[in-house]
Design a protein around this ligand. Structure first.
Ligand code: NAP
Ligand code: MG
Length: 425
């Protein structure tokens, strides 16, 4: 039975990346995507050499294409620091591509772990994913701080545009040796965009949505935004973050948990609690819920890449990157109402989890099971794992094809073999 490729009518934007992830990104496409899908890809090379060659214009263009086509699938990329500027002989220290894309898409990042039954979690009760949404604008990212030397008044001054009359708030009257001060801000637009993206994600996933914040002002602004956007009665329940932490620890159901800034703690904690970074997905969602960019939460896994460069064997987990494809394509399927594509993305995800649950996994996961007793027979190398997923995927598409077939045959009163051959895979 020849497998007919699934047609994907609208394009997707692919953002290629760096180092180890760039290496297996290629294999994911060749072994898990191209054999199954007829796909129109708008390709952008966000690998650091090409970002440098284009003065980082390629990053901006890729984000604009994401807005145009609504679905972007991104490989991990290097955010240059001084060492990278030297290593790649860069024209300048280009900004984080993720930051650039996030600003252009005005999106909110939702991180979600991939659950495999046999991979131990810090909290064993976490049998369903907890999805973390984080507002990442203003606040401590753009804070202004100062060291106060000696006594004096610290004030917050706002000067309205085009007016002379300013508002002055006295923050503190320092009388002793001084101290420190910090000022932070956020904007209604950004807070509302966060609320909208969160609400859209909750509607799409059909999961409950919880919010941790101590900042009632923030909450009010967000709720006002939600009421205008959704014309539904949304009811703030006030500050329940302590109870929510308790709930988060004890829950065994899926949920979306929104974190305000200064609550990064919970986000990192959840990443560790669910196991490896190789099992953490990340989706950037635009306020309208229509445009998304999907990627792995981890980086380019430089340490493994150095081993690979020297010709050594690597065992790098590609699952979160495969899920970048499945989540991006699932969004494409929903926008286009493409049931076959949606079904494929579910099978692709099931193939990853299925491989791990049948004992085929990379070293990071084997370590979680076997600890210091881990040995070479417990894990596959980078390429072997992708092959294992491909095998699993083929057997799944075949198996599901067969069961569809069985259903069809029995409902038609078992008309025999001739009929079975007619059923097109
Ligand atoms: P990283 O690439 O996430 O890797 C850190 C460590 O975590 C690895 O050395 C490895 O641990 C483990 N790890 C991460 N992903 C793994 C996977 N898929 N399979 C197995 N193990 C995995 O972080 P980094 O080394 O700090 O950063 C490397 C580069 O990535 C940097 O240039 C940074 O700018 C970039 N980065 C990009 C993004 C992004 O594009 N979204 C995010 C973060 C970082 P062991 O060494 O113990 O095996
Ligand atoms: Mg990433």
């Amino acid at each position: 039975m020849a497998f007919e490729k699934i047609k994907v009518a609208s394009p997707i934007v692919e953002m290629d990346g760096d180092e180890m992830t760039r290496i297996f990104w290629q294999s994911i496409k060749e072994k898990l995507i191209f054999p199954f899908l007829e796909l129109d890809i708008k390709y952008f090379d966000l690998g650091l050499p090409h970002r440098d060659a284009t003065d980082d214009k390629v990053t901006v263009e890729s984000a604009e294409a994401a807005l145009k086509y609504n679905v972007a699938i991104k490989c991990a990329t290097i955010t240059p620091d001084e060492a990278r500027v030297k290593e790649f002989n860069l024209k300048q220290m280009w900004k984080s591509p993720n930051g650039t894309i996030r600003n252009i898409l005005n999106g909110t990042v939702f991180r979600e772990p991939i659950i495999c039954k046999n991979i131990p979690r810090l909290v064993p009760g976490w049998t369903k994913p907890i999805c973390i949404g984080r507002h990442a604008f203003g606040d401590q990212y753009r804070a202004t701080d100062a060291v106060i030397k000696g006594p004096g008044k610290l004030k917050l001054v706002f000067v309205p545009e085009g007016q002379d009359e300013k508002t002055e708030l006295e923050v503190y009257n320092f009388t002793g040796a001084g101290g420190v001060a910090l000022s932070m801000y956020n904007t209604d637009e950004s807070i509302r965009a966060f609320g909208d993206a969160s609400m859209n994600t909750a509607y799409q996933k059909k999961w409950p949505l919880y919010l941790s914040t101590k900042k009632i002002l923030f909450l009010r602004s967000m709720m006002e935004g939600l009421k205008t956007s959704f014309k539904k009665s949304t009811r703030p329940t006030g500050n329940q973050s302590l109870r929510l932490q308790e709930y988060g620890m004890n829950t065994d159901s899926s949920m979306i948990w929104l974190l305000m800034l200064l609550r990064v703690k919970e986000s990192d904690f959840l990443a560790q609690g669910f196991g490896s970074l190789g099992l953490m997905t990340s989706v950037l969602v635009c306020p309208d819920g229509k445009t998304i960019e999907a990627e792995a939460a981890h980086g380019t896994v430089t340490r493994h890449y150095r081993v690979h460069q020297k010709g050594g064997e690597t065992s790098t987990n590609s699952i979160a990157s495969i899920f970048a494809w499945s989540r991006g394509l699932a969004h494409r399927a929903k926008l286009d109402d493409n049931a076959k594509l949606l079904d494929f993305t579910e099978k692709l995800e099931a193939a990853c989890v299925g491989a791990v649950e049948s004992g085929k996994m990379t070293k990071d996961l084997a370590l979680l099971i076997h600890g210091s007793k881990v040995s070479r027979e417990h894990y596959l190398n980078t390429e072997e794992f992708i092959d294992a997923v491909a095998e699993e995927l083929k057997s799944q598409t075949f198996y599901l094809g067969m069961s569809d077939l069985a259903g069809k045959v029995s409902s038609e009163g078992n008309k025999g073999e001739e009929k079975m051959v007619d059923v097109d895979e």
